[in-house]
Design a protein around this ligand. Sequence first.
Ligand SMILES: [Zn+2]
Length: 305
Amino acid sequence: MKYLIISLLVLLILYGCVSKAEPTLQNIVEEKNELIEIKTLENKSIEAKSANARNITVGMLVDSYSYSPTDQQLMEFFYIANEILKNLTDTEMVLLSIKRYDFTSSAGNHLLGDPLVTLYPANETPEYLIFFKSDKSSASYGGYSMRVERSDVCNRYSLPKTGSQKYMAIGVIDWTHMFASCGYDYSDPQHPVHISDFSVGGECRNTKNTPCAYNEEFGYYQCNREDMLSSLYNSNRYYFSASTAVHELMHNFGGGVYIDHFDTAGCDELMGETSYAEQPGAFEKYAGICPATYNIFEDNYKGCD
Ligand SMILES: [Zn+2]
């Protein structure tokens, strides 16, 4: 409740300063006659501290126009993402908050505008924001990476290219992304339509006419292929998206997508060899990111005064 009051105060203060011509959080909220649901979790850490006691603060933000996951589902996702990052970097995710906001009225695709800054005042800004939002890019790829420069915050992880610690890293993630989807028409990537009992387009690792099987638990059709169904990515409904969240975080620390990614020429060079890519399941284990990039992330922990 305390945080809610603080947040409302911040909103009122900001309301006095902003131009009415721009779509601001306050007038969007008034137009829609909605209150923002802000929930701060009592229990910030759900797992034991990592061995080196290092952590990264994380926020989860849901565009309520795109999705309506329950808190329990979000926590299951978070648990898996935390496990993946801990296993790869011995760094624990500390969840600061879950927030929900309807981004329908944000004119165009102004993710960087008022809503994000207003939702995250300096003292509540996570180092990494996992933002569940459906758009063409997140729906097509499962997620993408972006950053907001913030002169009022200090991120303990400095960006290797610039040394900057004045930013909030953001992974825009498709909450309902389908791993190993089969028989779907993706003409509108945000609204795939099941059209065939066999794979089409580049589905099923670019193998046409693979039979599809309905996954009751996940609620969609998947490629009926042992290598995909038994993949680590398929071990839980949220594993692929959780893995994508870790993947997008790491893009802040690599040298560019073609170097950051697993099993690329740039990655081979960084690793000094190629055998890392030949181990079964290694791609999934490293969330599609070059193993060396995780070390760069760890090395760029600078802390804040
Ligand atoms: Zn990537």
